[in-house]
Design a protein around this ligand. Structure first.
Ligand code: PEP
Length: 243
């Protein structure tokens, strides 16, 4: 398993349901990986069909998936297992993204099973948690995050093997972010007050772009970022990798 503790920052590109062969060619031609510090862990999570093409172009970056099946094998049409991901050079895998939780009705138990399957295959799960705007307005952020974390963590989880991504749902794809103080405080709460994830690598996600990436990543309790929209623009993602 990759030694995640050795990295200073972890920066994840979540392409979601985007890409094409032409997009890939143009993207990697434009992506500037030259001046990226060696202690930065850059990860590209494309749709699975582009795994091999991406892998051949990654250079120092790592390959990640956006999801995996909670089943190992069997009659589950359309599913892709953790072992299949491992056989295809996958090092990281996002699980429990809010789009999976909301659109595909995944719950904490599903996410816990997926994360356990990934750990069995020596793939690092990136477990996403985050509150809705309604929950934030009702001052339930801490309570919601704690409940998600505790119930999504597999029993074989450790700070060396699992990454957590805090992604306020209201900040994803909206161009709106919490203040720097809010991000740092929530990360502090997660890292210091929830014993189960003490000292885990903790990423922030939600409308990260080249303008705000440096400030966000300078925060004491932030170990990196998970990027959606801006990761689809090679020049913007290059800037974030260097932020
Ligand atoms: C995401 O997809 O997890 C995300 C953070 O998206 P965006 O950067 O576009 O808000």
């Amino acid at each position: 398993m990759l030694k995640i503790k050795e990295f200073n920052k972890i920066i994840v590109a979540n392409w979601k349901l985007n890409g094409s062969n032409d997009f890939l060619e143009a993207y990697f031609e434009k992506l500037a990986l030259k001046d990226i510090d060696s202690d930065i862990c850059g990860i590209i999570c494309p749709p699975i069909t582009y795994f091999q093409n991406c892998y051949s172009k990654l250079n120092s970056l790592y390959l990640g998936a956006q999801d995996c099946s909670k089943f190992k094998d069997g009659a589950y049409t359309g599913e892709i297992s953790a072992s299949m991901l491992r056989e295809n050079n996958c090092i990281f895998c996002i699980v429990g993204h809010s789009e999976r939780r909301q659109v595909f009705k995944e719950n904490n138990e599903d996410i816990k099973i997926k994360a356990a399957q990934l750990l069995d295959e020596k793939i690092v799960p990136i477990i996403c948690i985050g509150e809705t705007l309604e929950q934030k307005k009702m001052h339930k952020t801490h309570e919601v995050l704690k409940e998600q974390v505790i119930n999504s963590l597999p029993p074989n989880s450790s700070k060396e093997s699992v990454v957590i991504a805090y992604e306020p749902i209201w900040a994803i794809g909206t161009g709106i972010t919490p203040t720097l103080e809010e991000i740092n405080n929530i990360h502090k709460y997660l890292k210091k007050d929830i014993k189960e994830i003490e000292e885990y690598k903790l990423l922030y996600g939600g409308s990260v772009n080249p303008k705000n990436a440096s400030d966000i990543m300078s925060l004491e309790n932030v170990d990196g970022v998970l990027v959606g929209g801006s990761s689809l623009k090679a020049d913007q993602f290059s800037e974030i990798l260097k932020a």
